[in-house]
Write a new protein. Structure first.
Length: 196
């Protein structure tokens, strides 16, 4: 009995180490600039709507007052909303997705895609330094949790099955986000050739 528990423990630890190593390697590849990837910091996404960290709630009671019950369950208690029920899972609105806990700008709508999972999915962050990625060992297989660096709020998870150019899928709870809507850029019309 003791050997089985030790084996299970070691397999979880090894799996966690392997996941962390694979994740570190994939973020290095994703961070390498090329002609097809966005350049973090080149967009106008300063933390204008973000709260100063000193103004953030400190206790669980303060967080309960500052957030809706759904936001509190997800951001502070690391729960997950049911698929296909969140406000943004199928949203086509244009703008910046911010952390619902602190207002930090995290994702742009032009990196959002339909993953078919029922949660908002993004292939890239505004700035990798605004998120913390850590192994989530609450279930097997071990997943990579995504947390807002500013307020430590649970956002969701990141997977390596997203579209090019990053190959990543940030699967985020709608209740962990607030969309700051912006006017959509004008669509360019395709030029048509006229016959002489």
């Amino acid at each position: 009995m003791m050997r089985a528990n030790r084996r299970q423990f070691l397999s979880v630890v090894m799996s966690s180490c392997l996941t962390t190593t694979v994740w570190a390697q994939s973020t290095k590849k994703a961070a390498a600039p090329d002609s097809t990837s966005r350049q973090p910091g080149k967009t106008a996404n300063s933390p204008v709507g973000a709260k100063d960290p000193s103004e953030l709630p400190k206790s669980e009671v303060e967080w309960k007052k500052a957030l809706t019950p759904e936001q509190f369950k997800i951001l502070r208690k690391k729960q997950t909303e049911r698929a296909f029920t969140g406000k943004y899972w199928n949203s086509k609105r244009y703008g910046t997705y911010r952390c619902a806990g602190c207002g930090e700008a995290l994702f742009e709508s032009d990196t959002k895609f339909n993953s078919g999972t029922g949660w908002p999915s993004f292939w890239e962050t505004i700035d990798n330094d605004r998120l913390i990625r850590q192994p989530d060992t609450s279930e097997l297989p071990i997943r990579m949790e995504v947390v807002c660096k500013r307020c430590q709020g649970h956002l969701g998870h990141v997977f390596e099955d997203g579209p090019a150019p990053t190959g990543l899928r940030y699967c985020v709870n709608s209740a962990a986000l607030k969309l700051e809507e912006k006017p959509a850029p004008p669509k360019t019309k395709a030029k048509t050739k006229t016959k002489p």
